[in-house]
Design a protein around this ligand. Structure first.
Ligand SMILES: *[C@@H]1O[C@H](CO)[C@@H](O)[C@H](O)[C@H]1NC(C)=O
Length: 319
Protein backbone atom coordinates (compact mmCIF):
# COMPACT_ATOMS: atom_id res chain seq x y z
CA UNK A 1 0.00 0.00 0.00
CA UNK A 2 2.75 2.32 0.99
CA UNK A 3 4.50 1.51 -2.27
CA UNK A 4 1.37 2.22 -4.27
CA UNK A 5 0.83 5.60 -2.67
CA UNK A 6 4.40 6.45 -3.22
CA UNK A 7 4.26 5.74 -6.92
CA UNK A 8 1.07 7.73 -7.32
CA UNK A 9 2.77 10.60 -5.65
CA UNK A 10 5.74 10.28 -8.00
CA UNK A 11 3.45 10.07 -10.96
CA UNK A 12 1.51 13.13 -9.83
CA UNK A 13 4.70 15.06 -9.36
CA UNK A 14 6.03 14.15 -12.78
CA UNK A 15 2.73 15.02 -14.34
CA UNK A 16 2.62 18.41 -12.61
CA UNK A 17 6.16 19.19 -13.73
CA UNK A 18 5.40 18.19 -17.28
CA UNK A 19 2.32 20.37 -17.21
CA UNK A 20 4.25 23.37 -15.87
CA UNK A 21 7.02 22.88 -18.41
CA UNK A 22 4.41 22.67 -21.16
CA UNK A 23 2.84 25.90 -19.98
CA UNK A 24 6.22 27.63 -19.86
CA UNK A 25 7.07 26.49 -23.36
CA UNK A 26 3.75 27.86 -24.61
CA UNK A 27 4.39 31.17 -22.91
CA UNK A 28 7.92 31.42 -24.36
CA UNK A 29 6.41 30.82 -27.76
CA UNK A 30 3.83 33.56 -27.20
CA UNK A 31 6.58 35.92 -25.95
CA UNK A 32 8.65 35.06 -28.99
CA UNK A 33 5.72 35.80 -31.28
CA UNK A 34 5.11 39.10 -29.54
CA UNK A 35 8.80 39.95 -29.83
CA UNK A 36 8.89 39.05 -33.53
CA UNK A 37 5.89 41.34 -34.07
CA UNK A 38 7.52 44.08 -32.02
CA UNK A 39 10.74 43.75 -34.00
CA UNK A 40 8.77 44.00 -37.25
CA UNK A 41 6.93 47.11 -36.07
CA UNK A 42 10.26 48.61 -35.06
CA UNK A 43 11.76 47.72 -38.50
CA UNK A 44 8.85 49.46 -40.24
CA UNK A 45 9.14 52.53 -38.02
CA UNK A 46 12.87 52.97 -38.69
CA UNK A 47 12.83 51.71 -42.29
CA UNK A 48 15.17 48.84 -41.49
CA UNK A 49 15.62 46.15 -44.16
CA UNK A 50 17.78 43.04 -43.73
CA UNK A 51 19.56 41.08 -46.45
CA UNK A 52 18.11 37.68 -45.58
CA UNK A 53 16.27 35.60 -43.00
CA UNK A 54 19.50 34.68 -41.23
CA UNK A 55 20.42 38.30 -40.65
CA UNK A 56 16.88 39.06 -39.51
CA UNK A 57 17.03 36.20 -37.00
CA UNK A 58 20.39 37.42 -35.70
CA UNK A 59 19.10 41.00 -35.42
CA UNK A 60 16.01 39.77 -33.59
CA UNK A 61 18.24 38.27 -30.90
CA UNK A 62 20.15 41.54 -30.49
CA UNK A 63 16.86 43.46 -30.44
CA UNK A 64 15.50 41.17 -27.71
CA UNK A 65 18.57 41.68 -25.53
CA UNK A 66 18.35 45.46 -25.97
CA UNK A 67 14.62 45.47 -25.17
CA UNK A 68 15.32 43.47 -22.00
CA UNK A 69 17.92 46.07 -20.96
CA UNK A 70 15.65 49.04 -21.76
CA UNK A 71 12.70 47.52 -19.88
CA UNK A 72 14.82 46.66 -16.85
CA UNK A 73 16.00 50.27 -16.61
CA UNK A 74 12.54 51.71 -17.18
CA UNK A 75 11.12 49.46 -14.45
CA UNK A 76 13.65 50.88 -11.97
CA UNK A 77 13.36 54.02 -9.90
CA UNK A 78 15.29 56.45 -12.11
CA UNK A 79 15.11 60.12 -13.04
CA UNK A 80 15.35 59.21 -16.71
CA UNK A 81 13.86 56.73 -19.14
CA UNK A 82 15.04 54.88 -22.23
CA UNK A 83 13.38 53.84 -25.47
CA UNK A 84 13.98 51.32 -28.25
CA UNK A 85 15.23 53.93 -30.70
CA UNK A 86 16.90 53.52 -34.11
CA UNK A 87 19.89 51.78 -32.50
CA UNK A 88 17.94 48.89 -30.95
CA UNK A 89 19.19 46.14 -33.29
CA UNK A 90 22.91 46.95 -32.89
CA UNK A 91 25.38 45.31 -30.54
CA UNK A 92 27.54 47.50 -28.31
CA UNK A 93 30.57 47.01 -30.54
CA UNK A 94 28.69 47.83 -33.74
CA UNK A 95 27.25 50.91 -32.13
CA UNK A 96 30.55 52.23 -30.81
CA UNK A 97 32.24 51.57 -34.15
CA UNK A 98 29.81 53.58 -36.25
CA UNK A 99 27.97 56.20 -34.20
CA UNK A 100 30.57 57.81 -31.96
CA UNK A 101 34.12 58.70 -33.09
CA UNK A 102 36.00 60.52 -30.33
CA UNK A 103 39.63 59.46 -30.01
CA UNK A 104 41.13 60.22 -26.62
CA UNK A 105 44.71 61.36 -27.15
CA UNK A 106 47.31 59.59 -25.02
CA UNK A 107 48.62 62.95 -23.82
CA UNK A 108 45.21 64.14 -22.62
CA UNK A 109 44.97 65.36 -19.06
CA UNK A 110 48.64 66.34 -19.00
CA UNK A 111 48.15 69.74 -20.57
CA UNK A 112 48.73 72.70 -18.32
CA UNK A 113 47.32 75.62 -20.31
CA UNK A 114 45.86 78.52 -18.39
CA UNK A 115 42.12 78.47 -17.80
CA UNK A 116 40.67 81.90 -18.47
CA UNK A 117 37.76 81.52 -16.05
CA UNK A 118 39.92 80.20 -13.20
CA UNK A 119 39.27 83.20 -10.96
CA UNK A 120 35.58 83.60 -11.70
CA UNK A 121 33.53 83.10 -8.54
CA UNK A 122 30.77 80.47 -8.74
CA UNK A 123 28.52 82.92 -6.86
CA UNK A 124 28.66 85.29 -9.81
CA UNK A 125 27.32 82.69 -12.24
CA UNK A 126 23.65 82.56 -13.27
CA UNK A 127 21.56 79.68 -11.85
CA UNK A 128 20.78 78.50 -15.34
CA UNK A 129 22.15 79.04 -18.84
CA UNK A 130 20.69 77.91 -22.16
CA UNK A 131 22.71 78.88 -25.22
CA UNK A 132 19.84 77.72 -27.49
CA UNK A 133 17.82 80.69 -26.29
CA UNK A 134 20.69 83.01 -27.24
CA UNK A 135 20.87 81.73 -30.81
CA UNK A 136 24.30 80.19 -30.27
CA UNK A 137 23.36 76.60 -31.07
CA UNK A 138 22.88 75.27 -34.59
CA UNK A 139 20.15 72.70 -35.43
CA UNK A 140 20.67 69.08 -34.42
CA UNK A 141 22.59 67.03 -36.96
CA UNK A 142 22.60 63.32 -37.63
CA UNK A 143 26.12 62.00 -38.07
CA UNK A 144 24.73 58.73 -39.48
CA UNK A 145 27.12 55.81 -39.81
CA UNK A 146 30.24 57.92 -39.59
CA UNK A 147 32.43 58.43 -36.54
CA UNK A 148 32.73 62.15 -37.02
CA UNK A 149 31.16 63.44 -33.83
CA UNK A 150 34.25 65.65 -33.52
CA UNK A 151 33.07 67.40 -36.73
CA UNK A 152 35.46 67.87 -39.63
CA UNK A 153 35.57 65.06 -42.19
CA UNK A 154 37.32 65.59 -45.53
CA UNK A 155 40.03 68.18 -44.92
CA UNK A 156 41.38 67.74 -41.40
CA UNK A 157 43.09 64.42 -42.10
CA UNK A 158 46.78 64.87 -41.44
CA UNK A 159 47.03 64.20 -37.74
CA UNK A 160 44.91 62.44 -35.18
CA UNK A 161 41.73 63.27 -37.07
CA UNK A 162 40.65 60.71 -39.62
CA UNK A 163 37.23 61.54 -40.98
CA UNK A 164 34.62 58.89 -40.28
CA UNK A 165 37.22 56.87 -38.39
CA UNK A 166 37.23 59.35 -35.58
CA UNK A 167 39.02 62.43 -34.35
CA UNK A 168 39.52 64.81 -31.51
CA UNK A 169 38.12 68.28 -30.82
CA UNK A 170 41.33 70.11 -29.90
CA UNK A 171 42.85 69.00 -33.20
CA UNK A 172 39.72 70.11 -35.04
CA UNK A 173 39.94 73.55 -33.40
CA UNK A 174 43.62 73.71 -34.34
CA UNK A 175 42.70 72.86 -37.94
CA UNK A 176 40.19 75.74 -37.95
CA UNK A 177 42.85 78.13 -36.63
CA UNK A 178 45.39 76.97 -39.26
CA UNK A 179 42.76 77.07 -42.00
CA UNK A 180 41.90 80.67 -41.13
CA UNK A 181 38.31 79.69 -40.31
CA UNK A 182 35.50 77.37 -41.28
CA UNK A 183 33.04 77.49 -44.16
CA UNK A 184 29.26 77.06 -43.91
CA UNK A 185 27.27 73.85 -43.87
CA UNK A 186 25.41 74.94 -47.03
CA UNK A 187 28.66 75.61 -48.91
CA UNK A 188 30.24 72.31 -47.92
CA UNK A 189 27.45 69.96 -46.80
CA UNK A 190 27.97 67.00 -44.52
CA UNK A 191 27.48 63.63 -46.26
CA UNK A 192 28.26 61.08 -43.51
CA UNK A 193 31.03 59.62 -45.68
CA UNK A 194 34.73 60.22 -46.18
CA UNK A 195 35.55 62.29 -49.26
CA UNK A 196 38.44 64.08 -50.91
CA UNK A 197 39.02 67.54 -49.48
CA UNK A 198 37.61 70.32 -51.62
CA UNK A 199 40.13 72.92 -50.51
CA UNK A 200 38.45 75.65 -52.55
CA UNK A 201 35.26 75.27 -50.59
CA UNK A 202 37.08 74.69 -47.32
CA UNK A 203 38.93 78.00 -47.67
CA UNK A 204 35.68 79.96 -47.91
CA UNK A 205 35.71 81.10 -44.30
CA UNK A 206 32.42 82.05 -42.74
CA UNK A 207 33.55 81.97 -39.12
CA UNK A 208 36.86 81.85 -37.37
CA UNK A 209 38.42 81.27 -33.99
CA UNK A 210 41.68 82.57 -32.54
CA UNK A 211 42.43 79.53 -30.44
CA UNK A 212 41.09 77.12 -27.89
CA UNK A 213 41.73 76.08 -24.29
CA UNK A 214 41.15 72.99 -22.22
CA UNK A 215 38.84 73.27 -19.26
CA UNK A 216 40.47 71.53 -16.26
CA UNK A 217 39.51 67.84 -16.33
CA UNK A 218 37.35 66.19 -13.65
CA UNK A 219 36.20 69.57 -12.43
CA UNK A 220 32.53 70.42 -12.77
CA UNK A 221 32.93 73.84 -11.13
CA UNK A 222 35.34 74.81 -13.91
CA UNK A 223 33.00 73.41 -16.53
CA UNK A 224 30.18 75.47 -15.03
CA UNK A 225 32.29 78.62 -15.26
CA UNK A 226 33.10 77.85 -18.88
CA UNK A 227 29.55 76.95 -19.93
CA UNK A 228 28.23 80.12 -18.27
CA UNK A 229 30.40 81.96 -20.82
CA UNK A 230 30.07 79.82 -23.94
CA UNK A 231 29.11 76.37 -25.26
CA UNK A 232 31.87 73.84 -24.60
CA UNK A 233 32.69 70.63 -26.42
CA UNK A 234 33.00 67.63 -24.12
CA UNK A 235 33.83 63.96 -24.47
CA UNK A 236 31.48 61.35 -22.98
CA UNK A 237 30.98 57.60 -22.97
CA UNK A 238 28.50 57.67 -25.84
CA UNK A 239 28.63 53.94 -26.40
CA UNK A 240 27.19 53.29 -22.94
CA UNK A 241 23.75 51.69 -23.34
CA UNK A 242 22.01 54.15 -21.00
CA UNK A 243 23.28 56.96 -23.20
CA UNK A 244 22.56 55.10 -26.44
CA UNK A 245 18.88 54.53 -25.59
CA UNK A 246 18.30 57.73 -23.58
CA UNK A 247 14.90 59.28 -24.24
CA UNK A 248 14.13 61.76 -21.47
CA UNK A 249 14.64 62.98 -17.94
CA UNK A 250 17.93 63.63 -16.20
CA UNK A 251 20.38 60.90 -17.14
CA UNK A 252 22.08 60.12 -13.86
CA UNK A 253 23.80 57.39 -11.95
CA UNK A 254 27.11 55.74 -12.64
CA UNK A 255 28.67 57.37 -15.70
CA UNK A 256 30.73 55.34 -18.12
CA UNK A 257 34.38 56.30 -18.41
CA UNK A 258 35.19 55.00 -21.88
CA UNK A 259 35.30 58.39 -23.57
CA UNK A 260 34.41 57.76 -27.20
CA UNK A 261 31.98 60.48 -28.21
CA UNK A 262 32.17 64.25 -28.66
CA UNK A 263 29.11 66.36 -27.85
CA UNK A 264 28.50 69.94 -26.75
CA UNK A 265 27.54 71.30 -23.34
CA UNK A 266 25.15 74.13 -24.23
CA UNK A 267 23.80 75.03 -20.82
CA UNK A 268 22.92 73.97 -17.31
CA UNK A 269 19.91 74.25 -15.01
CA UNK A 270 18.25 72.90 -11.89
CA UNK A 271 15.22 70.57 -12.09
CA UNK A 272 12.09 71.09 -9.98
CA UNK A 273 13.32 68.46 -7.50
CA UNK A 274 16.61 70.31 -7.05
CA UNK A 275 18.69 68.09 -9.33
CA UNK A 276 21.39 70.03 -11.14
CA UNK A 277 21.90 69.02 -14.74
CA UNK A 278 23.78 69.88 -17.90
CA UNK A 279 22.12 70.53 -21.24
CA UNK A 280 24.01 68.56 -23.86
CA UNK A 281 23.69 68.69 -27.62
CA UNK A 282 24.16 65.41 -29.45
CA UNK A 283 24.41 64.48 -33.15
CA UNK A 284 22.18 61.44 -33.53
CA UNK A 285 19.21 63.16 -35.19
CA UNK A 286 16.19 64.73 -33.54
CA UNK A 287 14.44 61.53 -32.44
CA UNK A 288 17.18 60.71 -29.91
CA UNK A 289 16.70 62.14 -26.43
CA UNK A 290 14.55 65.08 -25.51
CA UNK A 291 14.46 66.81 -28.85
CA UNK A 292 18.07 65.65 -28.99
CA UNK A 293 19.21 67.61 -25.99
CA UNK A 294 20.48 65.38 -23.26
CA UNK A 295 20.12 66.42 -19.66
CA UNK A 296 22.85 65.10 -17.50
CA UNK A 297 23.03 65.05 -13.74
CA UNK A 298 25.57 67.64 -12.70
CA UNK A 299 26.47 65.69 -9.59
CA UNK A 300 27.72 62.76 -11.67
CA UNK A 301 31.16 62.92 -13.26
CA UNK A 302 30.84 64.31 -16.75
CA UNK A 303 32.84 63.37 -19.73
CA UNK A 304 36.17 64.99 -19.80
CA UNK A 305 38.46 66.53 -20.80
CA UNK A 306 36.34 69.38 -22.13
CA UNK A 307 37.68 72.09 -24.39
CA UNK A 308 36.19 75.27 -25.75
CA UNK A 309 37.00 77.58 -28.65
CA UNK A 310 37.84 81.06 -27.53
CA UNK A 311 36.04 83.56 -29.80
CA UNK A 312 32.32 84.17 -29.70
CA UNK A 313 29.96 83.12 -31.14
CA UNK A 314 30.88 79.52 -30.72
CA UNK A 315 29.06 77.31 -33.17
CA UNK A 316 31.86 74.97 -33.93
CA UNK A 317 30.58 71.78 -32.39
CA UNK A 318 27.51 70.80 -34.26
CA UNK A 319 28.09 67.12 -34.78
C1 LIG B 1 43.99 84.07 -11.02
O1 LIG B 1 44.51 84.64 -9.84
C2 LIG B 1 45.89 84.34 -9.61
C3 LIG B 1 46.26 84.91 -8.27
O2 LIG B 1 45.91 86.26 -8.17
C4 LIG B 1 46.74 84.87 -10.76
O3 LIG B 1 48.09 84.54 -10.56
C5 LIG B 1 46.25 84.28 -12.06
O4 LIG B 1 46.96 84.83 -13.15
C6 LIG B 1 44.77 84.51 -12.24
N1 LIG B 1 44.31 83.79 -13.41
C7 LIG B 1 43.60 84.34 -14.38
C8 LIG B 1 43.24 83.45 -15.53
O5 LIG B 1 43.21 85.49 -14.34
Amino acid sequence: MATHLSSSFVFATVFTCAFVLGALAARDLADDKAMVARHEQWMAKYGRVYNDAAEKARRLEVFKANIAFIESINAGNNKFWLEANQFADLTDDEFRATRTGYKLPASKGQRTTAFRYANVSLDELPDSVDWRAKGAVTPIKDQGECGCCWELVDCDVNGMDQGCNGGEMDDAFQFIVDNGGLTTESNYPYTAADGTCNSGKASNDAASIKGYEDVPANDESSLRKAVANQPVSVAVDGGDSHFRFYKGGVLSGACGTELDHGIAAVGYAVAADGTKYWLMKNSWGTSWGEGALEEKDASAPVGKPPSAPVSQPVLIFRC
